[in-house]
Design a protein around this ligand. Structure first.
Ligand code: GLY
Length: 374
């Protein structure tokens, strides 16, 4: 069995498949160096809910519930702490317009029966004393947590290796298809015969020759620029994840226990472009400093740009395709880390039992084809 793509999704699938006894090869020239390397690791179905994405919410909530056990098992398997932290997420607003937007979102969250609590400015600052006194109010989402995405990738790499998965550091350029079935993946070193292929190559998932165009995933790259700053762990600027609107600019700040503050992220529809831009870095820092002034004193250690795999409805493509043996696990857009545990469960069910679990039925890779031909 071949897994194309060694990000958090491909590795999680490979790990779970190997645990079920499959002989798995993961193909990636730079495993973990794509979108997973940039990801903030927010496990945030509530604060990231968007109008029109209600079906995705159910999947996100289901995966969030899997995370505690997934993290514990991964730590045990890999011997690496993945930094799974509970404690909730505080969303705050800097000015009156920001507060109106936050309250509108809270109304939507409440209409979906999500657990959110409105906090006054004083209550926000009692929770996070470093917040600017200008902050007008906030909303606490007690069930939105975080994990260290880079440690998660390291742990998954160790876990897959320990479970017998082979990591092939090459790109898959094409598939061999005989009749209606996939029979091999091709890399620069030649063909690698296989009867099942899980495509988990993020924004590059459609960049594989040889299969009928109708089965290739409609993914598009959605650029995210994200920053990493350093703080003294004995004097953390924040106790937990803070999201915010600052004069209309959206930002999140995710503190890690080892002294890293992740500040993100842009959402840009600019194709396969990963240029770091001064304007994006400026806007992210401006919004972060407006909300938490002491961020201005922290060391800026990294700016990164990577590509989220978006789809027409911004929900993932999970399950079988019209080609026997070709399975998709891609298009996770803003939710790759969050959706890794449930994606792996779905793919194991599809590959080993030939069934799509009920939670994934709405994410059939063929759903856009049907819309077009209807
Ligand atoms: N989920 C955070 C992001 O996509 O930036």
């Amino acid at each position: 069995m071949a897994v194309v793509g060694g990000g958090v999704i491909g590795l999680a699938c490979a790990w779970r498949l190997a645990q079920r006894g499959a002989s798995v090869r993961v193909f990636d020239p730079a495993a973990g160096a794509g979108a997973s390397h940039a990801a903030a690791g927010m496990l945030a179905p509530v604060t990231e809910v968007h109008h029109g994405e209600e079906p995705l919410l159910a999947l996100n909530l289901a995966s969030a519930q899997l995370w505690p056990a997934f993290a514990a098992e991964l730590v045990e398997a890999a011997g690496i702490d993945v930094g799974y932290r509970t404690g909730g997420t505080l969303a705050v607003a800097l000015d009156d317009d920001d507060l109106r937007s936050l309250d509108e979102l809270r109304g939507f969250q409440e209409s979906l029966r999500l657990s959110v609590t409105r906090l006054t400015s004083r209550e926000c600052r009692a929770r996070e004393p470093s917040l600017s006194p200008r902050v007008r109010g906030g909303v606490l989402a007690a069930n939105d947590h975080q994990v260290d995405s880079r440690l998660t990738v390291q742990a998954l790499l160790a876990a897959v290796e320990r479970s017998g998965v082979t990591l092939v550091r090459e790109s898959v350029t094409a598939l061999s298809v005989t009749g209606r079935a996939v029979t091999a993946v091709h890399t620069t070193s030649g063909p690698h015969p296989c009867r099942s292929v899980v495509v988990a190559a993020g924004s590059w998932s459609a960049d594989i020759d040889g299969s009928p165009p109708a089965v290739m995933p409609p993914v598009r790259p959605v650029k995210g620029q994200i920053l990493r700053l350093r703080f003294d762990p004995a004097a953390a600027p924040l106790q937990g994840t803070v999201r915010g609107l600052a004069a209309g600019r959206s930002v999140y700040l995710v503190p890690r226990s080892h002294g890293e503050l992740v500040v993100g992220a842009t959402v840009e529809e600019v194709g396969f472009d990963t240029t770091l831009t001064a304007g994006a870095v400026h806007d992210l820092l401006q919004a972060a400093i407006d909300l938490v002034p002491e961020v201005a004193e922290l060391e800026l250690v990294e700016a990164t740009a990577r590509l989220r795999p978006g789809t027409p409805d911004n929900a993932p493509l999970l399950g079988p395709t019209g080609l026997d043996g070709l399975v998709l696990a891609t298009g996770h857009h803003r939710n790759g880390v969050l959706l890794a545990p449930i994606t792996a469960e779905v793919i194991v069910s599809v590959v080993t039992a030939g069934t799509v679990p009920p939670v994934a039925v709405g994410f059939d890779p063929g759903r856009f084809q049907r819309c077009i031909s209807a």
